[in-house]
Ligand binder design. Structure first.
Ligand code: ADE
Length: 229
């Protein structure tokens, strides 16, 4: 998969994709991630990407020209058919991201992420260029960079071959609408605090049953809304 990130703050994105599992996924060749400065697609000497809204009002609006040009160029570079590519705008108006709906993006070969800013982007971008609008939650950030990084991190770990152990995907929080069961590691007693005996028993059937029960209990207590789904 190729992911292009279009931003006016490339410095906010580069460090995130150069660490941890995303870095490893890139090294393995599971994903290519390219960060682009939107200002490189302007033609004036001030590299202007925003302007005042028609009709008046506060704030600035991102202009269509640099975004249309950038997306056009990146589409050509991606070199895949329309059906294998999505252009995604990060915006608080978008569909809220969750562990279920991120999965459908794993099937594409090319994603172009547009990080919005200011009072928003010119509506013609939304209407003519963007396939999906994504929000990471009901709060407003200063721009789409952190949301784009959240999207990339969440997506990349789902790509084939990125996480070594398939079980770590199967049993994690939100799978089957349950939160993850409690986990413990060495030492078995830490400052007098003990690990449940059952986990040291070696009885895998009992351990599995206990984990299921704990996941259910915990979900009931912390996120009862998940059980209604
Ligand atoms: N841009 C600003 N806030 C955002 C959010 N919550 N999700 C996606 N993009 C945003």
């Amino acid at each position: 998969m190729r992911i292009d990130i279009l931003t006016i703050f490339p410095g906010m994105c580069a460090p995130i994709v150069e660490e941890s599992i995303v870095k490893r996924a890139r090294k393995k060749g599971a994903v290519r991630i390219l960060v682009h400065n939107l200002r490189d697609y302007t033609h004036d000497k001030h590299k202007k990407v925003d302007d005042r809204p028609f009709g008046g009002g506060s704030g600035m609006v991102m202009m269509p020209q640099p975004i249309f040009e950038a997306v056009g160029a990146l589409r050509r570079q991606g070199n895949v058919g329309n059906a294998q590519r999505r252009v995604i705008l990060l915006t608080p108006q978008g569909k809220r991201l969750n562990q279920h709906n991120i999965k459908r993006f794993t099937k594409y070969k090319h994603l172009i992420l547009i990080c919005g800013h200011y009072e928003g982007v010119d509506e013609r971008v939304r209407a003519n260029l963007v396939d999906d609008e994504i929000s990471i939650g009901d709060y407003v950030l200063t721009g789409g960079e952190l949301p784009a990084m959240v999207f990339v991190d969440c997506l990349v770990r789902l790509l084939p071959g990125v996480l070594g152990d398939k079980n770590s995907l199967k049993f994690e929080s939100f799978e089957g609408n349950l939160l993850e069961y409690p986990q413990y590691t060495r030492p078995a007693v830490f400052r007098g605090l003990e690990v449940p005996d059952l986990l040291l028993s070696g009885n895998h059937a009992h351990i599995e049953a206990w984990r299921k029960e704990q996941a259910l209990k915990r979900t009931k207590r912390k996120r009862p809304d998940l059980l209604k789904k």
